[in-house]
Each structure stands twice: as C-alpha cells, then as structure tokens.
Design a protein around this ligand. Structure first.
Ligand SMILES: Cc1cc2nc3c(=O)[nH]c(=O)nc-3n(C[C@H](O)[C@H](O)[C@H](O)COP(=O)(O)OP(=O)(O)OC[C@H]3O[C@@H](n4cnc5c(N)ncnc54)[C@H](O)[C@@H]3O)c2cc1C
Length: 495
C-alpha cells in the first residue's frame, strides 16, 4: 500500500466506539497509522449496535438488528471476526392488524383483511394511480412523506398501515419528513399483483432461501462489535465522556477535566451536540442544528419460560392497541441469547419517543406486557411465565429525515471539515438512509482511508457501488446502486 509518511504520523482522535468509530479505528490500524485513539463515553463498545445482559441472563439488543450488508469490506470483517460462529436466518416478517397476522409486505397480502378493508385498499391504489396518469406521466414530486404515502399507496393503505405505522416508528408526523431519503426511485404499488393475490387467495411472502440474514451466535448483535473492539484494545479509552471541542487549539475536552490533542478528529457523536459543544462555532452553524430532529427509544426485552411458539423473526404493529411498532422473537435469532433455549424464548419490543410522542418510562414495561396480550403474542395466562423484563432507553435512536435536514447538513458539515472535524455515522452524518451497521462501519473505514491515503469517500456521499466493484476508496464514482429497503424500517421504505 502506498502511504504518505506524514499522514501516518498525524494524530487522529475518534470520538465514539460504535460501529463507525470501530470501523475507522480498525481501518487505521490496517493502514499502519501510528497515532490514533478512540474516546468512548460508555464502559464498552458497540454503541446502538451493542447488547445488554439482564439480571436473569437474557441478552437483548437495542432494538431488532438485522444485518443486510451492501459492502464487501463489512462482509470480510464479519467473517474475520466471527468465522462460523453465526446463525443464518430467513427473514420472516409479519404485520399484525385487525386481530390477525399478514405476511409482509402489507400491500401484497391484504387478502386476509375484511372485504371492506380490501376494497378500500384496492380502490385507493386505483385512485392514486389514476391521479398519477392525469399528471401526464410526469414523475410526481412529493414534498412530504405524507404526500408520498397518499400519492403512491392511496387512502386505504395510508389509513390502515402507512400513516399510523410511520408515526409510531419515527415519533414524528409523516408530514414533517421529506422524501429525499427514499432516493430517486419513487415507489409504485404493483396493482396487478395486489389484485391477483386477493382474487387467487395467494400468500405473497417476502422471505425465502434468497432472503436471509446473519446474526452472531454469541453475545447478540453486540457480539460482533465486541470482537472488533478486542482487536483494538489498547487504542480505546472507555469512560472517556467528551464534553466539548476546542477547535482553535485542536483539543477534545473530557468530563474528567483532561483533554486530548488532535490533528484530525473523526466524530460519531450526534452532530447537533457536537456543534453545540465546539467552543468557537459561529451562531449560524449552531442555529442550523435546530433543523435536525431525532427520536429516542424505549426498548423492552421480555423473557418467557416456555419453548418458542413460532419461527417468526419480527412483526410490525401499526395499530394503537400496543405501544410498540415492532417486536422481534430475538431467541429465534440465536439460542444463546436466553439461558435455556429448550424451554425459554425472548421478545424484544421497540417503542419510539419524542416531544411529539412522549412515553412514560415508569409504566412502559407494563404497557408493553398489556400490548402483548392485546396483540395475542401472549395470552393472559402466559403472563405468569414472564420471567424477565429489561428496559433499555436511549435519547438518540432515529435521525429523522425532515424536509430541511439537508439544508442544515449542507452548512454544518463544510464548516466542521474546515476545522478538520469529520462527523460520520448514524448520528454523525445524520442520514437515515445510510444509518445501518454496514453503512456505519463502511463510513468509518472510508474516512480513515481518506485521511491517510487521500481516497474519496463514497458511502457518506450515498454512492454505494455494486459489491463486485468495491475496493475501499479506490473506485471512480459510478452510477450508485440504490439500497434496497432496509430491514430496520422496512415498511417506511417498503416500498
Ligand atoms: C432501534 C434500532 C434498530 C436498528 N436496527 C438495525 C438493523 O436492523 N440493521 C442495521 O444494520 N442497523 C440497525 N440499526 C442501526 C445501528 O444500530 C447503527 O447503524 C449503528 O449503531 C451506528 O453506529 P455509529 O457508530 O454511527 O453510532 P452509535 O452506535 O450511536 O455509536 C456512537 C458511540 O459514540 C459514543 N458517544 C456519543 N457521544 C459521546 C461523547 N460525548 N463522548 C464519548 N463517547 C460518546 C456512544 O456511547 C456510542 O458508543 C438500528 C438502530 C436502532 C436504534
């Protein structure tokens, strides 16, 4: 590898040991960078992709994490870290509504709904498509996500599924979201397929042999990132809570009163907090952070003293009879996440929260258990077999792709770079569309490559190449391959 000897000597500080910070550090080590350190506020690595063990020995992730990799670098890292210690699973996803399960995706499986609901969904799509035709075949320019939902899916699907589900996931009204994050490809509903499935009474499932995902056998999702962190043991400082950045003197300020000098800073903390903590940030840059919205989560793990009742992976819940938008049968991912998989299973419920959708953390666990009964995941009698509950809360879990998000980022990011600060990752970049684990690791590795070898970043610029063409930072920019719907909020992009 060709390196610039000066770049190898400069000091790089990485803020955060989540997937992005770990990706950056791992790559710097690979490139032979001498001077770098990772500052992590918590006592362990993994960030939002870490896992927690409850007092009763159940392991829970911070929300259902499903791995879909767009990157060869990520695949190779996964293989190197885990060898054959992973499970390969079929993505079995369902939607619960009107007291029944429909296979996901919703729009292809409405046949099991009451006839009046089926009719409303079908007529809604027809009306939406007629309206599109009237516009003379012009590509519709939807300003808000709510407009897109109505314009593409029609009134029925919007009312039953898309609107309530998306409010539950984002904890923000869909009219606050833009459409830029969905990409150039405006979704279309396949009306013929939808009607054929209804008339022929045909189930149309999205899973099958080609629709699989990997999950670490040990330690939950976090098991992967703990292994990455182990390879960087001497480079990560835990309990190093960063309180500010003195960009003029190029120092990171820590809660214990110490500071850390840098030549270049890779930050993975939320970019709004970062900017607000930089000592000489101009007022207009700080002001721009007010355009960035986020939600937080309450994640509730539940252990049950019964054998697993189903092979389902995860389920979406659009209705108001439960507080969660998604529940995962986590013990179906790996038997190692419960103390005894022959007679126990676990569920993981995700509840979003924000000022638009407050959640009472004192009562949320009970509300989730009541929701399990309402949505028939548990019977009233099963509640006596609940042997574990575990609540995880985080303030920043979804960067909301609001209409003016990119206006804010377009002034914040160049200013940070002018101060040798590179803000990357789920909340560092604040781009939901590249906010998954694989994107995060790749973004970290690519900024490392850029700082040491001067290679262009692609993922952060939303340029995702087909895997066969990938070699870190070496590719000329080509037509980007759009990401397929992320498993994380599939119905939002389900499209
Ligand atoms: C509910 C939920 C479901 C998800 N599902 C999926 C999925 O199905 N598939 C998928 O691929 N991805 C999923 N993700 C996304 C995945 O968790 C992220 O892609 C990934 O964790 C982002 O990594 P990151 O390093 O950018 O940020 P983070 O994971 O947030 O890590 C940032 C790190 O910085 C540290 N830090 C922050 N501030 C400071 C400070 N001031 N001082 C010191 N340290 C600090 C934090 O402690 C943390 O360790 C999901 C996320 C959530 C919340």
């Amino acid at each position: 590898m060709v390196h610039d000897a000066r770049s190898l000597r400069k000091k790089i500080v990485i803020l955060g040991a989540g997937p992005t910070g770990l990706g950056a550090a791992y790559r710097l080590k690979e490139l032979g960078q001498e001077a770098f350190v990772v500052l992590e506020g918590r006592e362990s690595a993994g960030g939002l992709a870490s896992s927690e063990t409850s007092a009763n020995g159940f392991i829970y992730d911070i929300g259902g994490h499903v791995l879909f990799s767009h990157f060869r670098y990520f695949d190779e890292l996964f293989d190197r870290m885990l060898g054959d210690e992973y499970q390969e699973l079929q993505r079995e996803a369902w939607v619960w509504m009107m007291d029944r399960f429909l296979p996901y995706p919703f729009q292809n499986n409405i046949k099991d709904l009451p006839p009046e609901a089926v009719l409303k969904c079908v007529l809604g799509v027809i009306a939406a498509q007629k309206a599109q035709l009237k516009s003379g075949g012009e590509k519709p320019a939807y300003k808000t996500f709510e407009d897109l939902i109505h314009g593409v899916f029609g009134e029925g699907i919007a009312e039953y599924f898309m609107m309530p589900y998306n409010f539950k996931v984002w904890a923000h009204p869909p009219k606050m979201l833009g459409t830029h994050w969905i990409g150039e490809r405006v979704p279309v509903v396949d009306l013929e397929r939808m009607i054929t499935n209804v008339v022929m009474n045909r189930a149309d499932v999205s899973w099958g042999p080609n629709n699989t995902f990997k999950y670490p056998r040990h330690g939950g999702t976090g098991g992967l990132f703990l292994r990455v962190a182990e390879t960087l043991e001497d480079r990560i400082r835990y309990g190093a809570q960063v309180t500010g950045v003195d960009a003029r003197r190029k120092r990171v300020l820590l809660a214990d009163g110490s500071d850390e000098e840098y030549d270049e800073l890779i930050s993975t903390m939320p970019v709004d907090r970062l900017v607000q903590s930089v000592t000489d940030a101009p007022a207009e840059i700080v002001e721009a952070t007010s355009l960035l919205h986020h939600s937080g989560s309450a994640i509730i793990g539940v252990g049950v003293n019964q054998p697993a009742p189903t092979t389902k992976c995860w389920m979406y819940f659009p209705e108001a009879n439960c507080p969660y938008y998604r529940v995962t049968y986590l013990s179906n991912y790996s038997p190692e996440v419960v103390p005894d998989a022959t007679r126990q299973y676990s569920l993981l419920a995700e509840v979003s929260r924000s000022s638009y959708k407050p959640v009472n953390l004192e009562t949320v666990v009970d509300e989730v258990l009541t929701g399990f009964v309402n949505t028939k995941l548990l019977s009233p009698a099963d509640r006596k077999d609940v042997v574990d509950t575990h609540l995880i809360t985080r303030e920043y879990t979804y960067p909301i792709p609001t209409i003016r998000r990119d206006d804010a980022l377009s002034v914040i990011q160049p200013w940070l770079e002018s101060r040798d600060i590179y803000s990357r990752g789920r909340f560092g970049a604040w781009k939901y569309e590249i906010g998954n684990m694989d994107h995060s690791v790749q973004m970290g590795a690519e900024i490392a490559d850029r700082l040491v070898r001067g290679r262009p970043e692609l993922c952060w610029k939303d340029q995702i190449l087909p895997k066969k063409d990938q070699e870190l930072g070496l590719n000329p920019l080509r037509e980007p391959a759009r990401r397929p719907g992320s498993p994380e909020t599939a119905p939002a992009s389900a499209l």
